[in-house]
Design a protein around this ligand. Structure first.
Ligand code: HAM
Length: 434
């Protein structure tokens, strides 16, 4: 038999890991709701053109990392599809398709889910990964830019990463960026012989991309490259100053990084990334985002400004694990396991467990035919707090409840069982907290 494995660059999230991700997703949803960002879901795949046009043809994400999908039969075969490498292009496609410009602007939207990039797998870089994404479409800012950045930091603080650093830059707009791009072309052109092959090709097509090259040989050249800040037009400068003022009012002090351009083509003006102090390498951005004032138009809508961010939940989980945050390590445990003295009477255990579940207890029955001591051992091993033991007393309407943590046992009437266990559970929790 072949030994089947999850595809390279993907991983199975076993219960503890899935539990951590679920908790991150829950916090993300709750926070997004509190800020007025409504949930949206787009398909896991789109026409490739949505990403080629949206994210940009000459970007790593499209050139090297797009997961192209061989679609079905007939007419559809001619369609070209790709798994979503990021959510923004799909959400903007949906905004245009469903005419969301008739809604109150900005439309605040949020999504959490898996993304796919066919990248070289390494720590913190997977071919399937999860993002918490937030978009505000229809507000030219700069107040909304500050709201978005603050929401990103609030999420990270809420899950246990309070000290993230916001790196910020303005990458200008269609009015001022062309002059800057010319300056970059001239600068890198003068160093053409030192450029790796891929970067040499990009020098002509999209010199801005050289600034976020993943090739370490590029670092000294990037550090000495001209900065956008010297080329900003007055409108972009005013927007950036406005954003800084709004951030200050929220007590957020960003670090201004002139070489920060982000890896996707749709950005205009505001660009930002989030890092943990001491974890500032290229694969270590916890999240990033920015303004995309040309994207709606690029995908067939009317000119509409937008801004958003994506936070990599896998990287957040890794950071929490590194920090040894207790909350990150806990998996799901049953509160109650129903066991039986008669090894073979599993029906009664299933019945009692079903009733307890109906009352809101996290519970499972031991449905094995093994003897009682083994059932109790199994319940302890699974981390259950209580074992309900169904024995002869059941005929008189009673069961034994064993507190597996305290090692005590008492008789409880079946009619009172759910209420009793719920009360004991609450007392136990309060005891833990106190
Ligand atoms: P991005 O910077 O490409 O932006 O991705 C956002 C975050 O997703 C990254 O900072 C990182 O934490 C995580 N991430 C990206 N690629 C991988 C990977 N291969 N493995 C694990 N984590 C990864 C965007 O995707 C934009 N859509 C953000 C945005 C929203 N801009 C405006 N609105």
């Amino acid at each position: 038999m072949p030994r089947f494995q999850a595809p390279r660059g993907t991983r199975d999230l076993l219960p503890v890991e899935r539990g951590v991700l679920l908790r991150l997703e829950d916090t993300a949803r709750a926070l997004a709701t509190r800020y007025g960002y409504q949930p949206i879901e787009t398909p896991l795949f789109e026409q490739s053109a949505v990403f080629e046009r949206g994210v940009g043809e000459v970007t790593d994400v499209v050139e090297k990392e797009l997961f192209r999908v061989q679609a079905g039969r007939g007419d559809e075969e001619r369609e070209r599809w790709a798994l979503r490498p990021e959510p923004t292009a799909g959400i903007v496609r949906a905004y245009v398709q469903h005419g969301l410009r008739t809604w109150t602007q900005p439309v605040r939207l949020s999504m959490t889910g898996p993304m796919f990039r066919y990248d070289r797998p390494q720590a913190g870089r997977y071919r399937q990964f999860w993002q918490f994404d937030v978009e505000a479409i229809g507000d030219a800012g700069p107040g909304i830019d500050a709201e978005i950045i603050e929401l990103a930091t609030a999420f990270l603080a809420a899950v246990g990463l309070p000290d993230v650093q916001v790196r910020l830059n303005s990458i200008g707009d269609a009015a001022c960026r062309p002059t800057y791009v010319d300056a970059l072309r001239a600068y890198f052109g003068a160093h053409e012989a030192e450029l790796p092959v891929l970067e040499r090709h990009r020098l002509q097509a999209n010199p801005l991309r050289l600034l976020d090259s993943k090739d370490e040989r590029m670092t000294p050249l990037i550090d000495a490259a001209p900065a956008m800040s010297a080329y900003l037009c007055s409108a972009c400068r005013a927007h950036f100053d406005g954003l800084l003022a709004h951030l200050e009012s929220l007590s957020i002090t960003p670090r201004l990084v002139p070489s920060l351009v982000r890896g996707l083509d749709y950005y205009t003006r505001t660009a930002f990334e989030l890092y943990r102090p001491g974890a500032e390498g290229q694969q270590q951005a916890l999240g990033g985002g920015g303004r995309y004032d040309g994207l709606v138009e690029l995908l067939g809508g009317q000119r509409t400004p937008g801004i958003g961010f994506g936070i990599g939940l896998d990287r957040v989980a890794l950071a929490l694990a590194e920090q040894d945050t207790v909350a990150a390590a806990e998996g799901w445990r049953p509160s109650v396991v129903v066991v039986g003295v008669d090894a073979h009477d599993t029906a009664v255990r299933l019945q009692v467990a079903t009733e307890l579940r109906g009352a809101g207890l996290a519970c499972w029955p031991d449905l094995s035919g093994r003897r009682l001591s083994k059932q109790l051992e199994g319940a302890s091993k699974a981390g259950a707090h209580f074992a309900v033991i169904c024995g002869d007393e059941l005929e008189a309407g009673n069961v034994q409840v064993r507190d597996l943590k305290a090692g005590t046992q008492r008789q409880v009437a079946v009619t009172d069982l759910a209420r009793d266990l719920l009360r004991a559970q609450t007392q136990h929790r309060h005891g833990e907290e106190g």
